[in-house]
Design a binder for this molecule. Structure first.
Ligand SMILES: Nc1ncnc2c1ncn2[C@@H]1O[C@H](COP(=O)(O)OP(=O)(O)OP(=O)(O)O)[C@@H](O)[C@H]1O
Ligand SMILES: [Mg+2]
Length: 291
């Protein structure tokens, strides 16, 4: 079993007037210690996928397994622990606390996790050194450059030593040189510490450190490139020719949905896909083509 296994992942955002299908049956597998880059147009579902993987959002249907544990099956307590210790987030906008200095920002997640005394101090010292900013320990975020803030944000994400690191556009706001530094920290984390890292990015340079590149279009993975290809049931089926063209055509608009069913037109055809949403945790989503 892969470290991360995602099957048939569906996320529908509902508001009064509108329903948005952000993920529509996404499959993905990631091995432990891999760096996977996720690219794709704006609005294709990249952040939605990261939020679900990080336990910040709940899928409408589908299975998400990380390190043998099913996220949709976690109790609230298990989810809190997973978010705190299992996974680290690096965002584009560095989400540092402006009133705390660099050192204190890194210390914060350790306080939340109840790490005390000497152990906490030693860990913060180690992390600030890891990202090369020992000399700026007393600086507040607004006294640091964008790249320095990003590196502090990485140290914050690493504070509780998560196995999985999720990064959303980590180099998006950075100049070339600083972007390179950030990427080399990710590379170190993989090579020295065996971390599994998923990076959402528009930055082609991430290819230099990634084991796999995948492209999300309209809520499903369209393309996978890499040293090893992503093995999923879907890609196996594609290889075997079990998925035919009409199945993989992109349903463009949600036509109708209630709690049990979604009806999606299949682009370029006059057919529709009826998706039954079975909400029982981690279980199947049934798909049926209707005329
Ligand atoms: N909380 C929400 N409520 C309603 N719709 C949402 C919500 N979050 C995201 N969406 C919609 O879901 C779709 C996917 O959004 P997502 O943020 O995952 O895209 P993205 O690939 O990260 O885009 P970008 O590259 O612009 O960051 C979009 O159509 C977006 O408008
Ligand atoms: Mg996004």
């Amino acid at each position: 079993m892969a470290y991360i296994e995602i099957e048939d992942l569906i996320k529908v955002y509902k508001s009064k007037a509108l329903e948005v299908v952000a993920l529509r049956g996404l499959y993905m597998a990631v091995e432990k210690g891999e760096i996977v880059a996720i690219m794709g147009p704006s609005g294709s579902g990249k952040t939605t996928l990261l939020n679900i993987l990080g336990g910040l959002d709940i899928p409408t249907a589908g299975t998400v397994i990380v390190n043998g544990g099913s996220l949709t099956g976690f109790t609230e307590k298990e989810m809190v622990k997973y978010r705190r210790d299992g996974v680290g987030f690096v965002f584009q906008f560095f989400n540092l606390v402006p009133t705390l200095n660099a050192w204190e920002n890194i210390e914060l997640p350790l306080r939340f996790a109840g790490v005390g005394g000497k152990k906490r101090t030693t860990r913060v010292d180690y992390l600030i050194d890891l990202v090369g900013l020992k000399s700026r320990r007393g600086s507040k975020p607004d006294e640091l450059s964008g790249g320095e803030q990003q590196r502090i944000a990485m140290a914050v994400a690493l504070a509780n030593d998560p196995e999985l690191i999720l990064a959303d556009e980590p180099t998006g706001e950075l100049d070339t040189e600083t972007g390179k530094q950030v990427l080399s920290i990710f590379k170190d984390l993989k090579e020295k510490y065996g971390k599994t890292i998923i990076i959402v990015t528009h930055d082609e340079r991430v290819a230099q450190i990634a084991d796999k590149m995948c492209t999300i279009v309209d809520g499903t993975i369209k393309e996978e490139k890499g040293k090893k290809s992503i093995k999923t049931k879907e890609s196996n089926k594609r290889k075997k020719g079990e998925i035919n063209k009409s199945d993989s055509a992109e349903p463009s608009k949600l036509l109708k949905s209630d709690n049990k069913w979604m009806i999606l037109p299949i682009e370029g055809t006059d057919r529709y896909l009826k998706i039954e949403i079975v909400r029982k945790q981690g279980k199947k989503v049934k798909e049926k083509e209707i005329p």
